[in-house]
Ligand binder design. Structure first.
Ligand SMILES: [Zn+2]
Length: 110
């Protein structure tokens, strides 16, 4: 819920700075590894946008796939959770390349 509130607050702040009357669309980027359940977030956003400039906004979520590079064998692989092992060599030391993002990409206002 607090994530949804933060998103709506940030969006409203940006909209007010631009003297907007309402927010028509919010595009979000949420990484697979950001620890967010999309169903729960969608529901929270519906509640959090009530009586705000974003009350009628269309909210779009782009899910960013998690990926990591193994420090042992150097291969990259699809990472769906933070605690995993390399599927190529079973090593658990890897560098996360993508998937932890949680941000507002764009906001459309009028
Ligand atoms: Zn490996």
């Amino acid at each position: 819920m607090s994530i949804a509130l933060n998103i709506v607050e940030s969006a409203e702040l940006a909209a007010r700075e631009n003297h907007a009357h309402r927010i028509t669309r919010i595009d979000l980027e949420i990484g697979e590894l950001a620890g967010v359940l999309l169903d729960a977030l969608n529901f929270s956003l519906e509640v959090a946008t009530q009586n705000t400039l974003a009350a009628t906004a269309q909210i779009n979520i782009d899910q960013i796939k998690g990926s990591a590079r193994c420090r042992n064998c150097g291969k990259t692989f699809h990472l769906t959770e933070l605690w995993a092992v390399c599927p190529h060599c079973d090593d658990f030391q890897y560098e996360i390349l993508a998937g932890k993002v949680l941000k507002i990409k764009t906001i459309d206002i009028e």
